[in-house]
Design a protein around this ligand. Structure first.
Ligand SMILES: Nc1ncnc2c1ncn2[C@@H]1O[C@H](COP(=O)(O)OP(=O)(O)OP(=O)(O)O)[C@@H](O)[C@H]1O
Ligand SMILES: [Mg+2]
Length: 357
């Protein structure tokens, strides 16, 4: 209903009732009808209109008391009570309305303040979540940087051991050999010591070479990932007597040095876990690649383990590092295992490297 129509109905209704009041001895019935007009005014969203209407109707009721025809045989006090009842009936909806509006306003205020608090808490939580995500990203970047630095450091130590220490040991052995020339007449005991020292130097040199290889297999740089993995698995079988199978079709796109090192280290960690935890008799390593990605699977037939429990307890760093290595290249890793059913580790790596590395 439009406000104009409402105003017309209120004014028209009040005047009609006043006219009726002046013409007929209606008594209390008239009051109830005035209350109807006030109810009509209460439909308006304006807070003043019902009060103005109630005021106007009250004036008309009081004026009507003087001019309306009196009911025959009814005492004056009954007529006055009728008018008083009229006034109560007119103002009762106003009181009810005022109270309802007050309650509504209070509820609205409460609702607003609750909404504001919810909004500020939501904003707080969102800010904390953002900070947490940033910290996680930073931590991930730091871990990936640490792993890269560790690999670089290992490569450097391996080169130093191989090219520097080993060369010096060779020179030392050469120096000792010159003492053994026939023109040097040496006592037998000195000659024996010399032989022993040469043997020790040879053993030391072999140890240093092995150590250098463990730090960073030169074959990885010289002959590539495929050859390095074959050598790693052969050494593993030789050492542990566990059978190995490498399925590695030729690469379509050769992985970069960084990715090759990551894959090598991941397989190394898997083999170390198999030696220490799996009690397996057979290991399969599969390495499939396309132009843009590479998939590695290391599978053993060992005792298996509860993956969730191991991740929850965080007993070691191996599987954690494995995951971080994959993430550092925007890759993924998945460990599948159950007690008694062996273990399968999948790593998926894109072959293009993120620029941050
Ligand atoms: N191939 C596997 N077979 C059976 N259990 C395994 C295998 N690989 C991992 N696990 C279980 O998962 C746990 C976590 O492995 P993870 O490599 O993270 O740590 P770790 O080998 O115990 O220690 P770290 O690698 O730091 O020297 C291991 O302790 C072992 O119980
Ligand atoms: Mg481990």
């Amino acid at each position: 209903m439009t406000p104009q129509l409402l105003h017309v109905l209120i004014i028209g209704g009040s005047l009609a009732l006043f006219g009726l009041d002046l013409l007929l001895p209606l008594g209390v019935a008239n009051a109830v009808l005035y209350a109807g007009v006030v109810f009509l005014a209460a439909l308006s969203p304006s807070p003043r209109l019902p009060i103005l209407t109630a005021g106007g109707c009250s004036v008309l009721t009081i004026v009507g008391a003087w001019f309306s025809p009196s009911i025959p045989d009814v005492p004056l006090w009954v007529a006055l009570s009728n008018r008083t009842f009229s006034l109560v009936a007119i103002w009762a909806p106003i009181l009810f309305l005022a109270q309802r509006r007050q309650t509504e306003a209070l509820l609205r205020r409460l609702n607003d303040s609750l909404e504001t608090r919810v909004q500020s808490r939501t904003a707080e939580i969102a800010a904390k979540e953002l900070a947490l995500r940033q910290t996680q990203e930073e931590l991930r970047a730091l871990t990936s940087r640490l792993l890269t630095v560790q690999d670089e450091e290992r490569r450097r130590i391996a080169h130093d051991l191989h090219d520097d220490i080993n060369q010096r040991l060779a020179m030392l052995a050469l120096g000792l050999r010159t003492l053994e020339q026939p023109e040097h007449t040496l006592p037998e005991s000195v000659r024996t010591t010399l032989d022993q020292s040469q043997e020790d130097i040879l053993t030391l040199s072999n140890d240093v070479r092995h150590m250098a290889y463990r730090f960073h297999p030169s074959i990885l740089d010289d002959l590539g990932l495929d050859a390095a993995l074959r050598r790693l698995l052969d050494d593993f079988t030789h050492r542990t007597k566990i059978k190995t199978l490498l399925v590695n079709p030729p690469f379509i796109t050769s992985p970069s040095k960084a990715i090759a090192t990551a894959v090598y280290r991941i397989v190394q960690e898997c083999l170390s876990n198999i030696t220490r935890h799996a009690k397996a008799t057979c290991v399969e390593v599969e390495l499939f690649s396309s132009e843009r990605e590479l998939d590695l699977t290391v599978r053993d037939n060992g005792v298996g383990f509860e993956v969730d429990a191991a991740q929850h307890e965080r007993l070691g760093l191996g599987l954690f590092n494995l995951r971080e290595r994959a993430l550092a290249f925007r890759g993924t890793s998945r460990v599948q295992s159950q007690p008694g059913q062996g273990t399968e580790i999948h790593v998926h790596l894109p072959l293009f490297e993120p620029s941050s590395l």
